[in-house]
Design a protein around this ligand. Structure first.
Ligand code: MD6
Ligand code: FE
Length: 205
């Protein structure tokens, strides 16, 4: 697992937020997902490249509830993720075909989970995720079990990139809270982002 602090340049962070806002308003844009038990997640989500469906925990070209096709991943997003991938120099290089974008308001959070819905070959090779955070700081938990009292807590700040791969590929992880009013002032001023945090995870199905 590799954490690249402040890796995304300010102008790229601003560009990514603007692009997410634009994509988020269009077909296949942000929605409040539900789990199989009917509970709503405490965040807004959209999937680029392929749709990941939290209800069935599977990938597909369109999303079941409105039939919208997953928008294409912008090339600039891929470039940033792949540059981080090679900078970490720890994991195989991926060609991301999925990017899941989460938007958390200041009351947003995400329970401890593993990401294991990717293809058999992606999982067995330990292909990495590249996770980019923008906006307010998150308290990010990770550990070997679902028990949050045994998890390690780190801050993910605006511009940080976290890469999980190899042996860390199946770590349990989640977001315990988003810290109000911790985003850099230039992100807020340049993008008019609502208070909160955007997280993008790039992966290869
Ligand atoms: C988040 N991230 O940071 C949630 N998943 O908002 C994830 O669930 C995640 O950061 C897989 C790999 C990296 C991640
Ligand atoms: Fe995850």
């Amino acid at each position: 697992m590799v954490l690249l602090k402040g890796f995304v340049k300010p102008e790229d962070q601003i560009g990514m937020v603007s692009m997410c806002r634009q994509l988020g308003k269009g077909p296949g844009g942000f929605y409040r997902p539900s789990l199989k038990n009917g509970a709503k997640l405490n965040l807004w989500m959209m999937s680029l490249g392929k749709n990941w469906d939290p209800t069935t925990r599977s990938y597909g070209p369109t999303r079941p509830f409105d039939g919208a096709q997953a928008p294409t991943i912008p090339d600039v997003f891929k470039m940033i993720a792949q540059t981080a991938n090679s900078t970490a120099n720890e994991f195989p290089q991926i060609n991301p075909d999925v990017c899941i974008v989460n938007y958390y308001t200041n009351s947003g959070k995400l329970g401890l989970h593993q990401d294991k819905d990717e293809s058999e070959s992606s999982l067995t090779k330990g292909l990495p995720f590249i996770s980019i955070s923008i906006g307010d700081t998150a308290e990010f938990l990770f550990g070997n079990t679902r028990d949050k009292d045994q998890a390690t807590k780190i801050n993910l700040e605006s511009g940080d990139i976290l890469i999980l791969g190899g042996e860390s590929r199946l770590l349990f992880h989640g977001v315990s809270r988003v810290k109000t009013d911790t985003a850099p002032s230039w992100v807020k001023e340049e993008t008019g982002i609502r208070p909160g945090r955007i997280n993008l995870t790039f992966r290869q199905y």
